[in-house]
Design a protein around this ligand. Structure first.
Ligand SMILES: Nc1nc2c(ncn2[C@@H]2O[C@H](COP(=O)(O)OP(=O)(O)OP(=O)(O)O)[C@@H](O)[C@H]2O)c(=O)[nH]1
Length: 580
């Protein structure tokens, strides 16, 4: 990570943040998708549960017209046959619907198909029994046979019950939220079944016009007791869907229509049945009077399942919107974040890095102007400050250059003889000492040529002092032009000059001195006023030795010059020759 630049770290961090935002949004979308799928399953399970309850209802509803056929024949029985056919079609349709719904998700309830398969044969056997009994003349039907047929009708519903329980359990397990609807519908379904069974117990005595035996009266009593219990239970239910106004209304309708209306009616039949079979109505009349009172139970059950399905559908839609919202939210957050981070990178981080580079370059003396990045106001102010810094630096550079030039000029002035332009005495002494040091460190011998213009006093006297100056200038220029670049020509004082010759020897120094002597003596000097004159010079040469310092070398050269003067002037004498 340390190997990454700050820009790369920023980019990696930005991608990480955007990734996390997308991940969170994805998680939210996924949980909503799960909720959506769960509620789709809930809707399917509730539809299946309703269809399974419908089988039980429809099978129970077959009992009414079947019972009526027990004491009817001729034209009146035809109407009951049609009602029975209708009731059977309803049961068959309910069975087909359950089979279709189970086939849509065969993996969710694998055992339910087998349970369903057991219902059909029981239903067919029960129907055959009813049909054969109804085909017998009225006088030949016994109460026992009718009671047996009725028991078979009950057994069909008993076969459907495991299927209902299995589907109900599956729906509840899949989502606890549908448990209310399942349990409530089951309770009301049981109530409807018991109410139907209670009515069916009256059919046999009514159809055969026989008194109601004690055992049957006890069964009827038990059944009524259970129904009263269920009614009490129903009245005590609170919370969940129970408090909804439409469900409250349906509960009230059950207590009014079924329990309120049937109490006296059933009691009156039982009163007659205790002593005789002289009932005030037939089995068909009983069915016609009794069956409609159970409709409120059917309605309540239907309402409960509908309410559960509506809640599941609302949850499914909310989950769908939640999923959409989470995805949009994720995209929006990722978009805004990437925009923010991109802006931060382009308008803050990169300009800051560029500013840092510019400051480092300035510190290294690079004052070349830079291209300003497109940055925010604050960073722009930083670049303003860098511009000020650069301007100051440029000013300082300029002053430094001027100072250097001035110093160089001053140095040159301090080391130059103003009249002749060659080195002055101070400079040549300094240089002479340096060259001597170099020579002593193995840089070869240094030669010192000391020369003096002969009888210069006469020049002044004859031509005047300015002409003397002119002669000094010409001699110095001529000598400098004839020397190598590394040789140094200096004015030692008055009409006396020196030439410092590094890395030389006796022979070469003499050759140079002779050359200079000839150059001075043989070429006339033309003055400003046109007069021409010729001057000569005497030369003293001294070559450095290991033990010599500047003073010693100068003294040797001076002695050689004195000798040259003494020996007739316009000549070269070497101190080393003398020494040797
Ligand atoms: N025009 C001019 N004359 C100078 C300058 N410096 C020294 N002199 C003159 O140089 C002359 C030197 O004279 P002397 O020392 O007597 O030597 P000389 O006349 O050259 O005789 P020898 O050296 O013996 O040959 C003096 O008259 C000085 O005034 C200068 O800068 N300009």
């Amino acid at each position: 990570m340390n190997a990454l630049s700050i820009d790369q770290k920023f980019r990696t961090g930005s991608l990480l943040i955007i990734g996390i935002a997308l991940l969170l949004a994805g998680q939210l979308a996924w949980s909503n998708f799960e909720r959506y799928r769960r509620n789709l399953d809930n809707l399917h399970n509730l539809a299946l549960y309703r269809a399974a309850l419908e089988i039980a209802n429809a099978a129970s509803a077959e009992r009414g017209p079947s019972g009526s056929l027990m004491d009817n024949n001729g034209t009146a029985s035809e109407a009951w046959r049609q009602r029975l056919a209708k009731a059977r079609t309803r049961t068959d349709l309910a069975l087909d619907r359950v089979a279709t719904l189970l086939a849509q998700h065969p993996e969710s309830l694998p055992a339910a198909g087998d349970t369903l398969a057991e219902v059909r044969p029981a239903l067919d056997q029960m129907r055959m029994l009813i049909d054969s009994l109804a085909a017998q003349p009225l006088s030949e039907r016994s109460e026992i046979e009718i009671a047996y047929a009725i028991e078979r009708m009950f057994s069909v519903v008993d076969r459907v019950k495991p299927l209902i329980v299995e589907i109900g359990n599956h729906a509840t397990k899949a989502d606890r939220n549908v448990a209310d609807a399942v349990l409530m519908a089951q309770m009301v379904g049981n109530m409807r079944e018991y109410a139907g069974r209670l009515g069916s117990l009256f059919i046999a005595p009514l159809a055969t016009r026989q008194p109601i035996e004690l055992a049957l009266r006890r069964r009827i009593g038990n059944m009524r007791g259970r129904l009263d219990e269920l009614n009490g239970l129903l009245a005590r239910q609170v919370g969940g869907y129970w408090d909804r106004p439409e469900i409250e209304q349906a509960r009230f309708a059950i207590s009014q229509q079924y329990f309120g209306g049937n109490e006296q009616f059933l009691e009156s039949i039982l009163r007659v049945g205790r002593h005789s079979g002289d009932y005030p109505l037939s089995a068909a009349g009983f069915v016609q009077r009794y069956v409609p009172t159970m409709q409120a139970m059917e309605q309540l059950k239907h309402l409960i399942i509908e309410t559960g399905a509506e809640a599941a559908a609302a949850e499914r839609d909310a989950a769908c919107w939640g999923m959409l919202f989470a995805l949009l939210q994720g995209i929006a957050i990722a978009g805004v974040l990437s925009l923010l981070l991109r802006t931060g990178r382009c308008r803050l981080l990169r300009p800051l890095l560029q500013a840092r580079r510019a400051i480092v370059e300035l510190a290294h003396g690079d004052t070349a102007p830079i291209t300003r990045p497109h940055a925010g106001r604050e960073v722009g102010e930083l670049f303003d400050a860098i511009d000020i810094l650069r301007a100051c630096q440029q000013q300082r550079d300029l002053l430094e250059k001027r100072l250097t030039a001035l110093t160089r000029q001053l140095k040159q002035q301090a080391e130059t003889d103003p009249l002749t332009g060659v080195s002055n005495r101070r400079a040549l002494v300094e240089l002479g000492e340096q060259l001597l040091l170099g020579a002593s460190l193995g840089g070869g011998q240094m030669g010192l040529l000391l020369f003096d213009i002969d009888h210069f006093k006469r020049v002044n006297d004859l031509y005047g002092h300015p002409a003397g100056d002119e002669v000094l200038r010409v001699v110095a220029q001529r000598v400098r032009a004839a020397c190598r670049s590394e040789d140094n020509v200096g004015r030692f004082g008055g009409e006396e000059f020196t030439v410092l010759v590094p890395r030389t020897d006796q022979g070469a120094a003499r050759v140079l001195a002779e050359k200079l002597r000839c150059l001075i003596a043989e070429v006339p000097i033309v003055l400003a006023d046109g007069q021409s004159l010729t001057v000569t010079a005497s030369f003293g040469i001294a070559l450095s030795r290991a033990e010599d310092d500047w003073i010693a070398l100068l003294a040797m050269a001076d002695q050689a010059l004195y000798l040259a003067k003494r020996n007739g002037r316009n000549r070269v004498e070497s101190a080393n020759d003398t020494a040797d």
